[in-house]
Design a protein around this ligand. Structure first.
Ligand code: PEP
Ligand code: MN
Length: 342
């Protein structure tokens, strides 16, 4: 349905042809009026004689479309549904390009497919930010390269692959040499230079969803990496900005279902940044698994109240262990479109 308020006269040939196109595409078009009511100059038609006034004829075509709202609604209900119009901003990450799930090996762990991977202060993958994208320049910015050395050492000692955030193009080579998964933070999801650079290395990329990004923009960002040759992209839903203020972000679990339908890439969920509050992390982690997420990313700290970043959402070891125990009892979600429960 189209409501147009437009400067122009229905008798003007260009306007008339625009209206014709609109009629062809719209279910319902009603011309409310044309101002000025008369064409300033009637359009030329075959048979008009140059230099002489055109023959008398109506300036606009008769209106045939339904006019009453009930008729209008009926017309809409009866019209065939247009095929869902999918943007073509990505091709390689599209499920249509590769129907089977992408499975990404990280050390001994497989990310994607029917597997379920937990990245935290332990579990399957060890996570820790060494370069921290903080809202305030006065907040703790991370330990930098020294932190990376510590993280890599901890990974080696615990036998776990490590994931950490890479913030800038010039950090990529050194990060790729040391870390097992390179995280792109929400704030950098559309840093296209960084994405292209990560497309050139042979390391899995954990691409967080931007704070205000649509799912389509997120998949298009993944395409930047894949289009450069690196097919190892793991998507991470971490909550988006909405009007809701009871939680730090709004964790969009529906994105999991949508992404799994539209793309073959693995998708995991970060309920820590997604909710911002410790008490909400476990329920959302369980829900993520039931929704079909292929893993979790969770903030854990030995003494959460002393954490230099995101203390309110960090779990203690005990809380994390309790979350994991219950997680095992949550059945893993199935694909979109199914009517069978997990
Ligand atoms: C993080 O994982 O610690 C982080 C900074 O996350 P995000 O980019 O989602 O805010
Ligand atoms: Mn954090």
């Amino acid at each position: 349905m189209f409501f147009v308020d437009f400067e122009g006269n229905a008798a003007d040939p260009r306007t008339a042809s625009a209206l014709d196109e609109l009629r062809a595409a719209a279910l319902f078009v009603k011309i409310l009026g044309s101002y000025p009511a008369k064409a300033l100059r009637a359009p030329a038609r075959p048979g008009d004689v140059p230099g002489q006034p055109p023959a008398e004829r109506p300036l606009s075509r008769p209106e045939s479309a339904a006019q009453d709202p009930a008729e209008m609604l009926e017309a809409v209900a009866a019209a065939p549904r247009p095929a869902a119009r999918r943007s073509r901003q990505y091709k390689l990450v599209d499920r249509a390009a590769r129907p089977a799930d992408t499975v990404i090996p990280v050390g001994d762990v497989l990310v994607g497919g029917d597997g379920f991977v937990v990245m935290a202060g332990g579990a399957h993958v060890l996570r820790g930010g060494v370069f921290k994208p903080r809202t305030s320049p006065y907040a703790f910015q991370g330990l930098g390269w020294d932190g990376l050395d510590l993280l890599v050492r901890a990974g080696r000692e615990s036998g776990l692959p490590v994931v950490t955030e890479v913030m800038a193009v010039d950090q990529v080579p050194r990060m790729a040499a040391a870390a097992d998964i390179l995280q792109v933070g929400a704030r950098n999801m559309q840093n296209f230079d960084l994405l292209r650079e990560l497309g050139k290395v042979d390391r899995p990329v954990l691409l967080k969803r931007g704070l205000s990004s649509t799912i389509e923009e997120w998949l298009a960002a993944a395409e930047y990496v894949v289009a450069q040759g690196n097919q190892q992209v793991i998507l991470c839903e971490r909550g988006i900005r909405t009007f809701e203020s009871a939680t730090r972000n709004t964790l969009d679990l529906s994105a999991v279902v949508v992404v799994r339908e539209r793309s073959h890439l693995p998708v995991i969920v970060d309920p820590s940044h997604g909710t911002g509050l410790r008490a909400y992390v476990a329920p959302m982690a369980w829900a993520a698994r039931a929704a079909g997420a292929q893993g979790l990313l969770i903030e854990v700290h030995p003494e959460p109240e002393k954490a230099l970043s995101d203390a309110d959402q960090s779990l203690s070891f005990d809380e994390f262990a309790a979350l994991m125990r219950r997680l095992a009892a949550v059945p893993s979600g199935t694909a979109a479109g199914t009517t069978e429960g997990p």
